[in-house]
Design a protein around this ligand. Sequence first.
Ligand code: FAD
Length: 494
Amino acid sequence: MGKPTGFIEFLRELPSELTPLDRLHNWDEFHLPMPEDKLRNQAARCMDCGTPFCHTGTLISGMASGCPINNLIPEWNDLIYRGLWREALDRLHKTNNFPEFTGRVCPAPCEGSCVLGIHNPPVTIKNIECSIIDKGWESGWITANPPAIRTGKKVAVIGSGPAGLAAADQLNKAGHWVTVYERADRPGGLLMYGIPNMKLDKEEVVLRRLQMLEQEGVKMVCNTEVGKDISAQDLLNEYDAVVICTGATKPRDLNIEGRQLKGIHFAMEFLTANTKALLDGQPGEDFISAAGKDVVIIGGGDTGTDCVGTSLRHNCRSVTQLEIMPQPPRERAADNPWPEWPKIYRLDYGQEEAAARFGDDPRVYTTTATKFEGDSEGNVTGIHTVRVEWQRNEKGQFIPQPVAGTEKFVPTQLVLLAMGFLGPEQPLLDDLGLEKDARSNIKAEHGQFATSLPKVFAAGDCRRGQSLVVWAINEGRGAARECDRFLMGATDLP
Ligand code: FAD
C-alpha cells in the first residue's frame, strides 16, 4: 500500500551507519536511526502490488521465500506512510513476538520477494520493521500484559533461543504456566551467546524483552541442563507438556592433520566467551583473544562473518576467511524474476570492516585447509591450503577436487572453525527415546511439531536443522499452537 506513486517518487534509502573503521572501537550496534519523514517515504514505496509475496511466501528456484512468519508488511507500510505508528506496532506484534530481533538480524527474505524488486530496489522492509518496534519501546507502548485467566496447566520449554522464547510467550499468552530451562548462565540462546553485540545489543535489546516475558509470568531457570542437572523424565512427570527447543548446537569439525594443536577453536567457543566477557565486565578463563594474531576463519557463513567482526574488534593483525564454495554466480536462475537474494556471498558487515582495515575482502573462495602446522609447544603456527574445483562424481553429486599446484601456506596463531552445525546434541534425544529424521534432528512434522512421544513437541533448529531466527520464531509459535490444542482440546493461538 503506502502512497500509490511512492515507488516512482522515492529511491530506496537505508539508515546511515558508522563507518567500518569507526565501529571497530567498540561493541555497539552501528546503524543510526532514520528520521521519521524519511521512513515515511520509504514506507510509501510499498506499491499495493496486489500479490504481496513479501508476506505470503512462495518458492523461488525451489527455495522458500517471503516472510516465514507472514508479517503483514503492506499493512504496516501503509500505516507508517500515514503516520500511524502505534497501529503499525500492533499489526507487527500480531505475527512477530520479537520484531526487535528480526528487525536487526534477519537476512530479510521478504525484501528478496518484494514485487517492486523486479524493476527497482525493494522496499526497505527490515529497517521499517526495526524502526516500528524501536519506537514502540522508546514510547513506552510495550508494557507487561499478563494473561487475565490462568488455565492451571504447566508447560516446560527446554532451551531459551528464539524458538523457545516464542513458544513460551505464546503459551503464556494462552494462560499456561511456562517454565523455560536453559543450561547457559543467561537466557536467549544464540540471541545472547552467538550473534555478537554489535549486531544485536544484549542489554538494551535482548534483556529488555526477556525481562518483559518474566514480568508477564514466564519463569526462566538458567544454569540447568535438562538430562544432566534435571532429568528429562522428571520434567515429563511434573509438566502437562514439554516443548524441546535445544537448537542445532553440534559444530562440524575439520579432522585434518594437526587438529589437536592449541589455538584451534570452534567459532562458538570464541563468540560465546567474548559476549560473556562483555556482559560480565571481564574476560573469563575460557576467553580467547585474537589481539595481535593472524586469524584464519574456516567457513563463510554468518558465523564466520561474526568471527571476522569480533577478531577485528580484538585488534587482530590480519584476518583470512576460507570459503570452499565457488564465487558468487553472476546470473540469476532462469525461473527467478527477482534479484538474487544475497546469501553468503554478500559483503556483510565483517568483510566490509576487514576491507576497510586491511584493504581487501578477507574471503578466499574455493579453498580448503589440508593440514595444520604447529610449533614444538603444540601451538598452531599455520595452515596448508589448496584451491578446489567442483566436479561431478559418478552419482552426479558435486565434489570438491584439489587443484595441483595451488597449494599455499597461511601463517596463523588462531584458527576458528565456522563450518556449520550438524544438528542437535543427541544425549537428551536418546534419553527420551525420541525418533529422529535422517539428519538426526528431532522428528516432528512442520505444522504439527508433535514428536514421537506423547505430550512432547519440538521446534526450531533442533527440529529443522541450522536455520534463521525468523524460522525459529515461526516454529516456536507453531509448536505453542499445537501444544495449546493438545492441552485444551482447541486453540485460539495463530
Ligand atoms: P538456539 O538459539 O540455538 O537456542 C537453543 C538453546 O537451548 C541454547 O541456549 C542452549 O544452551 C539450550 N540448550 C540446549 N540443550 C539444552 C539442555 N539439554 N537443557 C537446557 N538448555 C539447553 N540467524 C539469523 O536469522 N540472523 C543472523 O544474523 C544469525 N546469525 C547467527 C550467528 C551465529 C554465530 C550463529 C551460530 C547463528 C546465527 N543465526 C542467525 C542462526 C540463528 O541464531 C538460529 O537459527 C536460531 O537462534 C535458532 O533458534 P533456536 O531457538 O532453535 O536455538
